[in-house]
Design a protein around this ligand. Sequence first.
Ligand code: HGY
Ligand code: MN
Ligand code: MN
Length: 423
Amino acid sequence: MGADFATVTPSYSDLRIDPDRLIRRINELGEIGKIEGTIGCARLALTDDDKAGRDLVMTWMQDLDLDISIDGVGNVIATMPHTADVAPVMTGSHIDTVATGGRYDGNLGVLAGLEVIETVITSGVTLERPLAVGWFTDEEGARFAPDMLGSLVYVGGMPIEDALEIEDADGVNVGDELTRIGYRGPVPCPGPAPHAFVELHIEQGPVLEDEDVTIGVVEGVQGISWTELTLQGQSCHAGTTPLRMRHDPGVVASRVCCFIRDLALEMGPSQVATVGVMNFEPNLINVVPDVVTMTIDLRNTDESLLQDAEERVRSYIDEIATSEGVEVESRTLARFEPVSFDPRVIDMVEAAAHKQHLSSRRLPSGAGHDAQMLARVCPTAMVFVPSVNGISHNVTEFTEAVDIEAGANVLLQTLLSLTETEF
Ligand code: HGY
Ligand code: MN
Ligand code: MN
C-alpha cells in the first residue's frame, strides 16, 4: 500500500525558505577552519575547528528554542517543541569536513534543515509531527574511520563502546576527543528512529551540471570498501643494493595504485577506485623504503561487482608482494553495501521538485552519506543540488545560491509532506 499523501493542498504548500539567511549562515560557518586564500575549510572531526563549528550551529539551534540532545558519540539533534509525543520527521547531515574541504559538503544539509525549521516556526504553521535537524559526528571518516561513524552508531550499526575506541593516525581516540571538545553527550546510543529522514546534499559530481538539471532525486548510495595496507619491505642503500636483493614496498604500492585504476577502467563506469594515502618510511631519496602504508577506496553500485573488485585486488596484491618479498598486513577501515532509499520518499522528493517547476532527475549517490545509515531505521531519501564543475573534497567546491535555494525549498516541502504521511 503506497503512502497516503496529503490529497488536499496543505496550508504550507507556498511556504519558502529565506535564501539570504541560509547563504549567510553557510558562509559564516565556512569561515571556521577557513583555508586562507580559498573558500574552502578544514574542520576534521573532533578537532578544535570542528568544536568551533559545532558551537556556532548550537547557538543558532538555541536561538530557536529547539530541544537539543547530544548523544554519547557527539551526534546533535535539535527538535521543534511539540505537544504530541510522536517521532519527528528528521533532516540533517554533517559539519565535519575533509582537510581540503568545501563549505557546502554536509554543512548545506544541516543549515538548510535549520532554515526549514526557522521558516516553519516563523510561519506559524502547525504540524502533526515536529521537525528535527541534526548533525552526525565524523561523517567524513577522514580522521577516524569508518566514515558515517556517528550515524552508524546512532542507528545501532556499531556499539558505541567500539566507536569511542577508534584511533586516528596519532593514536588519539574518539572518546577522549569528544570529552576534550565537550561533546561527549549524556543521551544514549542508538538513538530513537525518526518517522522519516531526508538529507539535502551537494552532488559532488558532474551529473546534474552536465545535464543542466537543478534537483537530484537520489535513489540510493553505492557500496563502499576502504582498506588500509601496511607493506613491510627492507630498507637498504639506493645506490649499492642490486635489484635482485631488494624487497621494495614502494614498488608494490605503486603497482597496486596503477592496477586498481586499470581494473576500474576494465570493469566499466559503475566501478571507481582510489589510492588516497601512500606514506613511505623513512621517505628519503637515497633509502629504499622500509614500510609503506596506503589506503584503497573501491566503490560500486552493484554489490557483487564490488566483491569481484575486492577479490581481484586482494589476489593481485598477494601475487606482487610475494614476488617482491614484501609482507602485507591488510585492515578493513569501512565496508558498507549499496543502499536503496524508500521509493515512497523518493517519489515525494520528485513531487516537491515538480510542484516547484524545478528540473530533476533520479540518480545514485557516488558519495557516502548519513542518510544511508538512517535508511536502516526509517523511510529515507536524499535531495541533491549541482556542484559547479562537479568538484568536491576540494577548496574550490561551489554551489550556486539559486540552486541552494531550490534544494532547500524542495527539502522544506518534502519534510512538511512527510509530517502528514503515515507509512
Ligand atoms: O567518503 C565519502 O563518500 C564521504 O565523503 N564520507
Ligand atoms: Mn558529505
Ligand atoms: Mn565529504
